[in-house]
Design a protein around this ligand. Structure first.
Ligand code: TF8
Length: 338
């Protein structure tokens, strides 16, 4: 009898303790509106993942944390949104790591031409300790990095000629992301590299202010670049990550429970976004051809020449991020699955 009483008592104490924790956690979630901005349109891999992130956060917080998503750079270019986050005027965004190099130079390591050979390798390095280290460099600048999403391997489009060898870059006015490594890489190739925010890119192509651009197949499709570009050359010259960030000012005011919900959602959305992006990329080339673009492969020999030519740009990366970090990334690549 006595033993039974003790057990029953213990069970009650335990269960009320559990209830208390749950109640405490619920109290820990306050009604909040979270503005989440991104640059591509709603009907893109980025847009779909943003929507999923919003749904996951709503579900996990019983609707208390409401994410409003703003696509098509309607809150501003990546650069402008980053500033808004740092100033505390906007809560969250997803955008290119390349645009963050001006904020934390460590980010430039991902811009190393021909750094990754496969998506698997990229996942391993980005989601591992060195990926986290680069992300952490944002904190003292007023941003919190939550997860890397996939933008993908970049390919070249233009209106001048099919680029089959390095010499074909000559004189092409090429829009690049506003970032010293990208400018350098394409200058080395002989192109006339023009840095421009993504939000101005379609119009720049349409008005022939620039002749070409480079982005993953997914974006060439979702942003309808095939309407204003004739040639696509399969270069896979660099893998671009996206990164989900939060305003640190805002983040520091959240409870641990709220932070956990948002962090988990950013990672859930990451996993599904990578799958979605890869599936879409597999179908993309055929669709791009259907839209009338002329697609050409670049031979392995020519890719090798481009790699050689890009070496000074790699030196720019090393000078920017420092040799230890660059080597740490190389070591992680060595360990990564192919
Ligand atoms: C670019 C990037 C873009 C991203 C996006 C707007 O070319 O590849 O996809 O910045 O978030 O600027």
């Amino acid at each position: 009898m006595k033993r039974f009483l003790i057990a029953a008592l213990a069970a009650t104490t335990l269960s009320s303790a559990i209830t208390a924790v749950t109640a405490q956690a619920a109290d820990d979630i306050r009604p909040r509106m979270i503005r989440f901005g991104y640059g591509l349109n709603e009907d893109s891999n980025q847009g779909r993942a943003a929507k999923l992130l919003a749904e996951e956060i709503a579900k996990a917080s019983d609707g208390k944390l409401k994410v409003r998503t703003f696509g098509s750079a309607s809150l501003g270019s990546d650069d402008q949104m980053q500033n808004a986050l740092m100033g505390g005027a906007q809560e969250m965004m997803v955008g290119s790591t390349a645009t963050l190099v001006g904020v934390a130079e460590e980010m430039a390591v991902w811009d190393t031409p021909f750094l990754f050979e496969s998506e698997k390798q990229a996942d391993y390095v980005l989601d591992g300790p060195v990926g986290q280290k680069v992300m952490d460099a944002l904190e003292e600048k007023g941003l919190v990095g939550l997860a890397y999403w996939e933008n993908g391997f970049r390919n070249l489009t233009n209106n001048v000629r099919p680029v089959e060898k390095m010499e074909d870059f000559e004189g092409i006015k090429l829009r690049v992301m506003p970032n010293p490594v990208f400018i350098d890489t394409f200058k080395q190739m002989g192109a006339n590299a023009v840095p421009l925010p993504f939000s101005e890119l379609f119009t720049a192509l349409e008005t022939k202010a620039v002749d070409g651009q480079e982005n993953p197949y997914n974006t060439i499709l979702s942003s309808k670049f095939y309407e204003v570009q004739k040639y696509l050359s399969v270069t896979n010259h660099v893998y671009s990550p996206w990164i989900v960030t939060a305003s640190k000012r805002w983040w520091d005011g959240l409870s641990k429970t709220e932070q956990d919900i948002i962090m988990t959602a950013a990672k859930t959305a990451r996993d599904s976004e990578r799958e979605d992006t890869r599936a879409e990329a597999r179908e993309a080339l055929a669709k791009i051809k259907e839209q009338g673009m002329e697609v050409n492969k670049v031979s392995p020999e020519e890719i090798q020449r481009m790699r050689e030519q890009a070496k000074p740009a790699i030196q720019t990366v090393i000078d920017t991020v420092g040799e230890p970090l660059f080597n740490e990334v190389q070591a992680a690549i060595e360990k990564a699955p192919k």
